[in-house]
Design a binder for this molecule. Structure first.
Ligand code: NI
Length: 429
């Protein structure tokens, strides 16, 4: 058994009070003990010790919605409406992408996420075998779904391959990879197609990852075509009887919020992408107060344009305050909970990850607080939400393995990734 001890750090467990000086004892892939040093049995001896004075430890951040390989299209097309951006800029380029491109684009995303404290992400894209291979090699954790666009899949071949992928990769990489089915959105997947996807998800025993109620235009189109709003339409199809994570949920009626809460739908709030594409601001405080499981996602690097979850979390907290003209909304502790435990719940992983508690998987991030922009520290949670940035992350542990130590990523060759990505994007010019 491998025993790793993280010593003398401030601990934000998410599920309990902040521990001003504590230790984290890890056995293999699990948290054995989290708390003050005096609570660790004296006979417990570590094989490896990480000295973490002046560091704050928190659970690995959970990016509840992204398209990792779209790092290849970062800064490719900006300042456009969603429909034009997708149909005229993004989709034509994506049609050129091959398996190897997806692999290297994903590696670039993994590097960026690891460097900024994300340990788990929910991904919807294509060539997902390449994504799964990259995730497994990196040591990170991910919930993967092959994105499905109904009107491009008349014969159902993509759905069949998505189902096979979900079956084959569920639990791969010592359980670090979980799978879902990924119907892209109600406006790209008509009800008949969605029903086929739901049947496939049921056969495999997995949930669904979908974009929902992202723009005003989508809501109007669904109303016109089906006489229902996107969430009402999904409810009428029975889609929420399966575990589901819905990205965006910007335009919701009170009735839709109630449906999302009652059905236990996970929502991936992606504030930066919603702002950049001019989609609007999701009613996050209303959703949280009704008990909706709202996590945070970055969406892709093509609409953000980075995968920095600390930045996204700060924006989520600030937007709710500004939108409702109420500074007490989404306090720092709640914002961090959204970026960790709520994200885990949205992905059905709350028993394994999202908080620092004995028995959970050892996904831990260490941030150095002894830096000019973070000093002094009265409240470490507020310090992280309102002042820290992704680049402050120093050490990252996933499943008990140290993937980054003091800024050195151990599992990904950074120079090689940059070189391969430059080669991949030659086809865009
Ligand atoms: Ni998206």
């Amino acid at each position: 058994m491998a025993r790793l001890l993280v010593k003398d750090c401030i601990i934000i467990p998410i599920t309990g009070e902040v521990i001003s000086e504590g230790v984290i004892a890890i056995e293999d892939d699990q948290l054995f003990y989290v708390g003050p040093a005096r609570g660790l049995p004296p006979e417990w001896v570590a094989d490896e010790v990480i000295e973490a004075r002046d560091r704050v430890a928190l659970p690995g951040l959970i990016n509840a919605h992204t398209h990792a390989a779209m790092t290849l299209l970062r800064n490719f097309a900006d300042d456009l409406p969603l429909k034009t951006w997708l149909e005229e800029k993004i989709w034509p380029q994506e049609a050129k992408l091959e398996r190897q491109d997806i692999y290297w684009g994903t590696q670039l995303a993994l590097l960026e996420m690891l460097r900024s404290g994300t340990t788990t992400f929910a991904d919807m894209y294509f060539h997902m075998e390449a994504v799964a291979e990259a995730v497994i090699a990196s040591g990170m954790r991910a919930c993967l779904a092959r994105g499905l666009i109904g009107y491009q899949d008349r014969l159902g071949l993509r759905l069949r391959s998505a189902e096979a992928f979900a079956r084959q990769w569920q639990g791969a990489g010592e359980g670090r990879v979980t799978t879902m089915l990924g119907p892209h959105a109600p406006y790209t997947c008509p009800p008949e197609y969605l029903k086929k996807v739901m049947a496939a998800a049921e056969r495999v025993g997995v949930g669904l990852h979908i974009h929902l109620a992202e723009t005003r235009g989508e809501v109007e189109e669904m109303r016109r075509q089906y006489g229902r709003t996107p969430v009402e339409l999904m409810e009428s199809l029975g889609l929420f009887e399966l575990p589901a994570v819905a990205a965006h949920c910007v335009h919701l009626t009170p009735l839709e919020i109630e449906i999302l809460a009652r059905r236990g739908v996970g929502v991936a709030h992606c504030p930066e992408s919603n702002l950049k594409l001019g989609s609007g601001i999701a009613p996050v405080s209303e959703m949280l107060s009704k008990g909706v499981k709202v996590g945070i996602g970055t969406d892709s690097a093509a609409s953000n344009n980075n995968l920095d979850m600390l930045e996204e979390t700060r924006l989520a907290a600030l937007l709710a305050k500004g939108l409702c003209q109420e500074p007490t909304l989404i306090p720092a502790a709640r914002a961090l909970q959204m970026a960790t435990l709520n994200g885990a719940a949205a992905l059905g992983l709350e028993d394994k990850i999202g908080s620092l508690e004995a028995g959970k998987k050892a996904d831990v991030v260490l941030i150095n607080l002894k830096q000019p922009h973070l000093y002094p520290v009265y409240d470490p949670q507020a310090s992280l939400v309102y002042a820290a940035r992704g680049s402050d992350v120093e050490t990252v542990i996933v499943n008990g393995k140290v993937l980054m130590y003091k800024g050195e990523v151990r599992t990904i060759d950074e120079d090689k990734v940059m070189a391969e990505v430059s080669r991949c994007i030659e086809k865009f010019s």
